[in-house]
Design a protein around this ligand. Structure first.
Ligand SMILES: Nc1ncnc2c1ncn2[C@@H]1O[C@H](COP(=O)(O)OP(=O)(O)OP(=O)(O)O)[C@@H](O)[C@H]1O
Ligand SMILES: [Mg+2]
Length: 1045
């Protein structure tokens, strides 16, 4: 009974894989064979390479092998087969994206990024709009795949500021649409309950600049009812779990989904894989990225809350009697949230108005009618709000007329225990997509081969047009029959629809009913079911509810109430014009059919790529590969058929002219132009490229290439060739419709210029290197043409280095080593620079610091390199005085009279006889040094009488003040010791102006004791400081050595 289309190929068996070599005119050989084998360690990465390509078992075995190794992607030619891993594989990083960017399909392992990139490049180079069709059953990973594709474009495409917002909005549209359009089902925790087609638009630079979304048939029934274990749309739970306290209060909601009739049907408020609270935050943020104002968000949430309140409206009354509302609080909330009159709403929820012969009739509803009216309102409100949401997103994406890649993520083929109107629509949609697949790939191939006069091996495949016709044909199709029953007056019901089906299309090969079926089939069918023999398998549909769902009726008075709403979103959703329109609105099935027809048109105008998603098991588990389940999917995705056709046909074809224009530079005979017939030119070219006879065929106007790889190899040769072409290359490009050839000579001219510039730059670079090497060899010679460049470079680079490395402070003595030619200049520069720095430093210092430095200078002149403990004194600041006023006896001060005290320090005095140590104070005034014992002024030495000062070269603090022996007033020289010897003597030197009278002695000091007697102090180095009278009668001073000389 199946209708077959025969394709007649030219050979019985597929020839062994040709060795893939392309030989460019410059002799570059590109072999991909080894690379391919290496990559195929786990099964084959392209089913086309399967040994036994007709065996389903071999097909599934290959899938299994790869799946076990986490290789979830495999090709059938250019179709990507993807098995849901149900775990994070870390194959979606930025690095992975980079790996696939701009790389030929076959050079890297199969990936959804490869498909993304391939479409992108085709769009850019061939100027043809693309679409990626993602199919598979619920939970197979379609939505995930579409998100990966979008992310790929967001990350890898060029961008600008304005593009960033568009990118963000494109990405952020996902969480919003998923919140409102996805739900937890038995098959998928995040199941898309609507079909989605999204255009991503790219400008001439290839940057994404806009987008547009089309939505299909939202499963509205979910708003009011969910099967066991399933949930309503995510947004309800997100709002209840995540909404802030005062938001919920405003909406009159409680933080408990169990409170709401519309959320309890499936008895499944919580799902472990879903975090409603954090998802809420994501959605709120996404809404603002997309450009929702706070008011719009509020109105949107008012609607969502209203639906929950509607669900909680309860009715009282007898079964057959009139229904009345028992829950007034809900009406109150609804009136406020929807901005409608509560009484009018109450009336509308319990009555219906019908216009008959221009007169309005109002009749009360019974219990059942009232609750279905209420549910119809909920569904209508939610459904229309969803469509509004999509439109709103579209406005924010600013649709432009640009190149397009379309993404289709639409419900896959569905077979449940009980299948209803929704499954009927969904499976019809899949029939249409299959039809498209056939039309685009198989049928068009056959037509083309025929037109080109190429013969083929017969490939049998099932053309499902017959099923599409059964569903959609005017007057005779199932949808027409259903509509007829919906519209006809009288006692039409789901059962009369079934009977009509039997009467009208009962004889059709792809339809049967309980009544018409043979005994065996009848056993597995209900009386209210009809069975369709889909291309993917048989499905029984229960007609219960078909009429209602198709009618999708909302009573007029409920519509009227909504039209009066203050809520701005609802006023856009419910248009008053709708009320005036006396025509019946289109039925759901017809609307769906029309929108599908439009979708097919959109897809037909584009070049398609396919992602076929497979679900490995029903348990949503990683690592489980359920054979039966997978075999079923392989079958209804048509993968075996797909493979068979791929293996039989020629993968690529190009018009001779295009082909020759593109590749003529690869062959001396065809370059720069071919004068003879195009076909001969192409023939010469491919022979030169080494194509084997079985790899290609020449038709009437096109060349047919059997394997994509052959073409890729040729492309690679072209790439290599392009780089080696320094001269002008004339390129011709084919524009979209193929009949329109535009010679882009400007492009060629520009490329020529670029190539010239590149060559020039290379020449310059080589020259520079050469001069440099020569210069290095002659660098010690006098300046000459050979080393000129090098020497200048060395000078220049020294000066640049110096500039970067100048000393930072006056103490920093570093200075870069100068090259021989610059030593003198460098030294001059250093001096200048240091002077400058010192000058700057001096300018910056204050008077106290200056005074300090002056004293330090004096100390340095006296002691530097002469006294062992001098270096230790350098970092210590000199004090103004070591004794303040209170520490000096007032009597002493009094006796000094008007003489100004300049410095005072505690000292130890050694007696002239016996060298006994006595604590004393040494005071310096402007005229004299005074030795004080408590209140007694023991000795006064006028500076004029100070003959000299002696001190040792060691680290001790002993010093002698020498006075003239003839001075009778004095009792002789004074032997003192200060703990701050450098400071003390510097002060003495300054006050007495005796810097030149300080003698630094090694070994010993001789001093007078009065009456002509002499004393001797001996200095020696030792481990510690020791001052004592020695046996020889001298004063012996031992001092530790602090600095080695
Ligand atoms: N490539 C992947 N890597 C990891 N996990 C994945 C991948 N694809 C799918 N999944 C998992 O499978 C789940 C279902 O995938 P997805 O929602 O894309 O299915 P679907 O085909 O869109 O189903 P439906 O038709 O119900 O919308 C995801 O939530 C995710 O957990
Ligand atoms: Mg989905």
């Amino acid at each position: 009974p199946h209708q077959f289309i025969e394709l007649l190929p030219f050979a019985n068996h597929l020839l062994p894989l040709p060795s893939l070599q392309a030989v460019g005119s410059d002799g570059v050989r590109i072999s991909m064979e080894s690379a391919l084998t290496a990559r195929d360690r786990v099964g084959v990465q392209d089913f086309v390479l399967l040994e036994n390509h007709t065996s389903e078992a071999a097909f599934i075995e290959n899938l299994r092998k790869r799946f076990k190794e986490n290789l979830i992607y495999t090709y059938i030619g250019s179709v990507l087969v993807s098995v849901n891993p149900y775990k994070d594989l870390e194959i979606y990083t930025k690095n992975h994206m980079e790996r696939y960017r701009g790389v030929n399909f076959y050079e890297v392992s199969p990936h959804v990024y490869a498909v993304s990139d391939n479409s992108y490049r085709s769009m850019r180079t061939e100027h043809k709009d693309q679409c990626i069709l993602i199919s598979g059953e619920s939970g197979a990973g379609k939505t995930e795949a579409s998100k990966k594709i979008l992310q790929y474009y967001a990350v890898t495409c060029p961008a600008s500021d304005q593009v960033e917002t568009v990118k963000d909005r494109l990405l952020q549209s996902n969480p919003v649409l998923e919140a409102f359009g996805n739900a937890k089902t038995l098959r998928n925790d995040n199941s898309s309950r609507f079909g989605k087609y999204m255009d991503i638009q790219f400008d001439f630079k290839g940057a994404p600049v806009g987008g547009h979304i089309l939505n299909y048939l939202l499963e509205k029934s979910r708003v009011v009812h969910q099967n066991h274990g399933e949930r309503n749309f995510h947004i309800f739970y997100q709002l209840i779990e995540g909404g802030e306290e005062d938001l919920l209060r405003r909406l009159g909601l409680e933080r408990n989904p169990q409170q709401y009739q519309y959320l309890v049907k499936g008895n499944c408020p919580k799902v472990s894989s879903i975090n409603d609270r954090s998802d809420w935050k994501v959605v709120r943020k996404a809404l603002s990225v997309i450009g929702f104002s706070e008011d719009e968000v509020e109105e949107l949430l008012n609607i969502i809350a209203s639906v929950l309140h509607l669900g909680n409206i309860q009715y009282g009354g007898e079964d057959s009697g009139n229904a009345y509302i028992t829950t007034d609080t809900q009406i109150k909330y609804l009136a406020r949230l929807l901005g409608v009159d509560g009484l009018v709403l109450k009336e509308a929820l319990t009555h219906k108005t019908i216009i008959a012969k221009g007169e309005e009739l109002k009749s009360p509803l019974n219990l059942e009618q009232a609750s279905s009216a209420r549910d119809a309102l909920s569904k209508a409100v939610y459904g229309r709000t969803f469509t509004w949401l999509v439109n709103k997103i579209n406005v924010s994406l600013t649709y432009k007329n640009a190149s397009v890649i379309g993404l289709l993520d639409i419900y896959g083929f569905e077979v449940f225990q009980h299948n209803s109107f929704e499954q009927f629509c969904i499976n019809y949609c899949n029939e249409k997509l299959q039809q498209l697949f056939i039309e685009l790939t198989l049928k068009s191939e056959q037509d083309e081969y025929e037109a080109e006069g190429i013969t083929w091996e017969p490939v049998q495949y099932f053309n499902n047009k017959i099923i599409c016709d059964l569903v959609e044909e005017k007057f005779k199709g199932i949808i027409s029959i259903l509509d007829e029953e919906c519209l006809r007056p009288g006692d039409a019901s789901d059962i009369t629809f079934l009977e009509k089906l039997e009467n009208t299309v009962g004889g059709h090969a792809h339809l049967t009913t309980h009544k018409l079926a043979d005994g065996k089939t009848r056993k597995v069918m209900g009386r209210e079911e009809f069975r369709l023999l889909h291309y993917a398998g048989e499905v029984n549909y229960n007609v219960n509810g078909f009429l209602d769902k198709n009618n999708d009726l909302l009573f007029r008075n409920l519509k009227e109430v909504m039209c009066m709403s203050d809520n701005k979103i609802l006023t856009q959703c419910f248009d008053r014009a709708e009320l005036k329109d006396s025509k019946r609105p289109e039925t759901a099935a017809t609307q769906f059919k029309t929108s599908l027809a439009k979708l097919m048109e959109i897809l037909m105008s584009k070049e398609p790529s396919y992602v076929r998603c497979i679900k490995p098991n029903d348990a949503k588990q990683a690592g489980r590969f359920d054979d039966v389940l997978i075999r079923h999917q392989v079958k209804y995705l048509g993968l075996m058929e797909n493979l068979r056709v791929r293996r039989a046909g020629f993968a690529y074809r190009r018009h001779y002219e295009t082909f020759l224009q593109r590749y003529k530079s690869l062959c001396p005979e065809t370059w720069p132009s071919w004068q003879g017939k195009l076909a001969d030119g192409v023939s010469t070219l491919v022979k030169h490229l080494g194509y084997k006879p079985e790899e290609y065929k020449l038709g009437r106007s096109k060349i047919f290439i059997r394997f994509p790889k052959t073409l890729f190899a040729t492309e690679d040769a072209l790439e290599t060739r392009k780089h080696s072409l320094g001269e002008r290359v004339t390129y011709h490009m084919v524009l979209v419709d193929g009949c329109h050839l535009l010679s882009l000579r400007t492009v060629a001219w520009w490329r020529g210029i670029l190539a010239c510039r590149r060559a020039q730059r290379k020449r310059q670079a080589a020259n520079t290197i050469r001069r440099f090497i020569k210069g290095f060899i002659y660098r010690h010679n006098e300046r000459c043409p050979e080393n000129e460049y090098f020497l200048d470079y060395v000078r220049y680079s020294f000066l640049m280095k110096l500039r970067r490395n100048l000393p930072k402070s006056v103490l920093d003595k570093s200075w870069p080593t100068a090259p021989t030619a610059l030593i003198e200049a460098s030294e001059q520069l250093r001096k200048l620079y240091m002077q400058n720095m010192v000058w700057g430093y001096c300018k910056r210092i204050n008077p106290e610091w200056k005074h300090q430095l002056e004293q330090k200078m004096v100390a340095s002149e006296i002691f530097k390199n002469k006294k062992d403990n001098y270096p230790q004194s350098v970092p210590k600041l000199f004090m103004g005085t070591r004794l303040n006023g209170e520490e000096i006896n007032p009597k002493v001060l009094q006796s000094l009279g008007s003489e100004k005290m300049k410095y005072a320090v505690p000292v130890t005095k050694y007696d002239r006889k016996g060298y006994k140590a006595r604590p004393r104070q040494l005071l310096l005034t402007s005229n004299c040094a005074v030795i004080v014992e408590e209140a007694k002024l023991k000795q006064r030495i006028d500076y004029a009488a100070l003959k000299g000062i002696s001190v040792s070269s060691l680290s001790d603090g002993v010093f002698v003040l020498h006075v003239p022996t003839e001075d009778k007033k004095q009792k002789g020289d004074v032997v003192l010791q200060s703990d701050h010897i450098i400071e003390t003597l510097t002060k003495v030197a300054i006050c007495a102006d005796k810097a030149n009278s300080i003698n630094i002695n090694q070994g010993s000091i001789t001093f007078t004791m009065g009456q002509g007697k002499e004393g001797i102090i001996d200095f020696t180095s030792g481990s510690e400081l020791l001052v004592a009278k020695a046996k020889n009668g001298h004063l012996s001073v031992t001092a530790p050595r602090l600095n080695s000389r």
